[in-house]
Design a protein around this ligand. Sequence first.
Ligand SMILES: [Cu+2]
Length: 293
Amino acid sequence: MNKNYKKGVAFLPIIVVIALIIAGIFLFTKSDMPNEEEGRILEVALSQQNNSGQEGTVTITEETDETTKVLVTLSGGKEGVSQPMHIHEGNCEAPGAVYIALNDIVNGTSETILQQYFDSVVSKENSTSTLIINVHKSKEEISNYTACGAIELPIITSGDDVLEGSAVHDVEDPGKESDEIVKDEGVLQEEVQEVAVEYGDAGFSPKRIEITKGTTVTFTNKSARDMWVATDPHPAHTGYPNSSREKCGGSEVSSMFDQCGQGSSFSFTFKELGTWSYHNHLRSGDKGTIVVK
Ligand SMILES: [Cu+2]
């Protein structure tokens, strides 16, 4: 019996203990995950901008009928003045494009019922940008911002009704990899469901996968060719609901199963049940199938 072998045996109990601890953490985390029936709530604090003296709270609530309610209270506004507000990409210092328009704030409150899933309100698919909620001074002075707050992901606790956001941006290492991680963690599932599909020289692998609704599939190009993942049929890309190659570059891109251009990876969250065949638009004979159950 050599020395190294003995060493290995001595370490065995330690390895078993570590494995048990990891299993324990996993089980604990799982039982702590929010239940879809519970209805998630995310609160975002609005801080004043440009010395407006306005501050408040946005409460985003997941409703049981697959809609999402956005309730806003804001102090310091002028009576009777309508203040437009939106969810933007970017950050409070440099707001980007408008993502979702909310109803104007009048006399300190605004309520908007959005006909879309909670997840798609608090995070934007296929985007690594953070989202912010922004209040404008008035319709006339739309470029003057008076209050702003960032939507921070992921939602990490579920013990109480109110879930608190926690930014993961500072925790991860900077760089492209971390953007991916942030984006993936931003997908708020009951359980984080992610599946990887590789595109190699022999095509997509695995060629067929079965997933549950809400699963995010990430396609990664490991081939020598370019990859542009798109729903069948080629070249129209109209198979997956709401998809069409003609709509690439438009506002509905995030809900389309179409990469809309070549890239080394593409992540898409499947919310529609069905059997969805797809192809590499740049080599349409390379095909795959995603079954969403
Ligand atoms: Cu195509």
